[in-house]
Design a protein around this ligand. Structure first.
Ligand SMILES: Cc1cc2nc3c(=O)[nH]c(=O)nc-3n(C[C@H](O)[C@H](O)[C@H](O)COP(=O)(O)OP(=O)(O)OC[C@H]3O[C@@H](n4cnc5c(N)ncnc54)[C@H](O)[C@@H]3O)c2cc1C
Length: 414
């Protein structure tokens, strides 16, 4: 039996494009990715084969405008499709997020942001080049922002530096947890443009596509984590790497504006975990009905405790679905305070609840369900990683809600 959509197009009133993109993602996930997920997880290897399929299916270009050969999906269209991928392979969904955001942020988001005429012209020409690489060559982009300090959380300028030179920049620094390391064609690096005699500032953040093959780019360290093992998030080192000015993904200062005025851009890590929550619920229903392929047809659904556990899982799933759908529907330029607080709450709840649903699934399905021959224990491990993703970790979402609910901008008690 085919899996039903997480968000039924009629019930949730999806647009035709959203429904079609989600269906395409679900078909690919169910037919191809589900069967491969165990191997990427076991060996902590990158899902290269999945990316070839996604390129063929047009999904690498999901948020590239149609006039550039893409699918023309918007924020919500992407999020819904990514949740469907997350159901079948969390690591593919999460790394796809890094790639897609490189096009979404430079596309629909950037169109909303103020830029000088000169910057707008440069940006329009620049992104056409990035789009062409993706549409024609299947190029992969990643987003290595994390450095192990306070920069990725949004509290300090990035330590990775870019210094102006003839025709571009010299980039040096280190990025940790760089998903797609060794597999992306371009690393979308956030770095601070250093200006002689001035203190490094977050306003001078540059977002540059560093070619993976450029001299001075190194991938180091191993990757043997608890979950999301197929993301291959190893460490990247940039040793005086020359990057052409044309590789700017956004003009200087625009990333800072995006983070300030389009905060839902950081909600894009949640779809993978929405999909994992749905997968854990689906598995539990199938398992208790004795219908999981490869397991004996033993029914366990007649026990009241199992029924209550499934009901609890359903209540949790419905609550995150409803809140998440609202938050992805209202993602916009300059959202209201209420919408921003809701976005933090959504991210916190989806990340924590996905893990909670997986925990309940293992408890109620029992010992046999956590064997590595079945997907549930992988879902459980993958789901634990959601709360750790900066800048909106589960803790930092609470931190922001508390502060921003109690203080208006500029207020203090001093
Ligand atoms: C599977 C996976 C894939 C990833 N892929 C990428 C990627 O592609 N690109 C990328 O840039 N990063 C990626 N990350 C990294 C991620 O976003 C975080 O940067 C990383 O998990 C932070 O680890 P840390 O131990 O350095 O966190 P720390 O900075 O030490 O923070 C630890 C915890 O403390 C809290 N905290 C941090 N700062 C503050 C503060 N100022 N006030 C209060 N609490 C705070 C947060 O809740 C955080 O979870 C990935 C992580 C995982 C697990």
């Amino acid at each position: 039996m085919d899996d039903v959509p997480i968000f039924d197009p009629e019930a949730w009133r999806l647009t035709d494009l959203e429904a079609e993109l989600s269906a395409r993602a679900r078909k690919l996930g169910a037919e191809k990715f589900a069967g491969r997920a165990e191997a990427w997880d076991r060996d902590a290897t990158f899902p290269t084969e999945n990316y070839k399929d996604m390129h063929e299916a047009g999904l690498l270009a999901i948020c590239i405008p149609k006039e550039h050969g893409g699918e023309g999906g918007n924020f919500r269209g992407y999020a819904l499709a990514a949740a469907e991928i997350g159901r079948y392979c969390g690591a593919t969904a999460l790394t796809w997020n890094m790639h897609v955001c490189s096009t979404l942020w430079t596309g629909a988001l950037a169109d909303d942001l103020e830029m000088s005429d000169a910057d707008r012209k440069r940006h329009t020409e620049g992104r056409a080049m990035h789009y062409r690489r993706i549409v024609e060559d299947g190029a992969l982009y990643s987003q290595p922002f994390s450095e192990g300090g306070a920069a990725a959380a949004g509290f300090k300028p990035f330590s990775t530096e870019a210094r102006s030179t003839d025709g571009g920049y010299i980039v040096s620094g280190k990025k940790i947890f760089a998903s797609l390391a060794g597999h992306a064609d371009y690393y979308g690096v956030l770095c601070t443009h250093i200006k002689e005699g001035q203190k490094p500032s977050q306003r001078d953040t540059l977002y540059l596509a560093v070619p993976a093959k450029a001299n001075g780019v190194k991938v180091v360290g191993d990757w043997d984590p608890l979950g999301m093992r197929g993301t291959v998030s190893r460490t990247l080192i940039f040793e005086d790497v020359f990057v052409e000015a044309a590789e700017e993904l956004m003009p200087q200062g625009v990333y800072f504006k995006a983070a300030s005025y389009w905060p839902h851009m950081f909600l894009t890590l949640s779809p993978s975990y929405m999909g994992i929550a749905q997968a854990a619920y689906d598995f539990t229903v199938q398992y208790l009905r004795g219908e999981v392929p490869g397991t004996p047809p033993v029914k366990r659904r007649m026990y009241p405790t199992k029924q209550i556990a499934v009901a609890e899982m359903r209540v949790k799933l419905e609550s995150i679905k409803a809140l998440w759908f609202q938050a992805i529907s209202e993602a916009r330029y300059k959202p209201s305070k209420d919408q921003v607080l809701r976005a933090y709450a959504t991210n916190h709840l989806v990340m924590e609840t996905a893990n909670e649903i997986c925990r309940l699934a293992i408890r109620t399905c029992g010992g046999q369900s956590m064997l590595k021959s079945l997907p549930l224990e992988r879902l459980y491990r993958d789901s634990r990683c959601g709360s750790l993703m900066l800048p909106w970790t589960a803790e930092l979402c609470l931190d922001r809600i508390g502060r921003e609910a109690l203080y208006e901008p500029g207020e203090s008690d001093d």
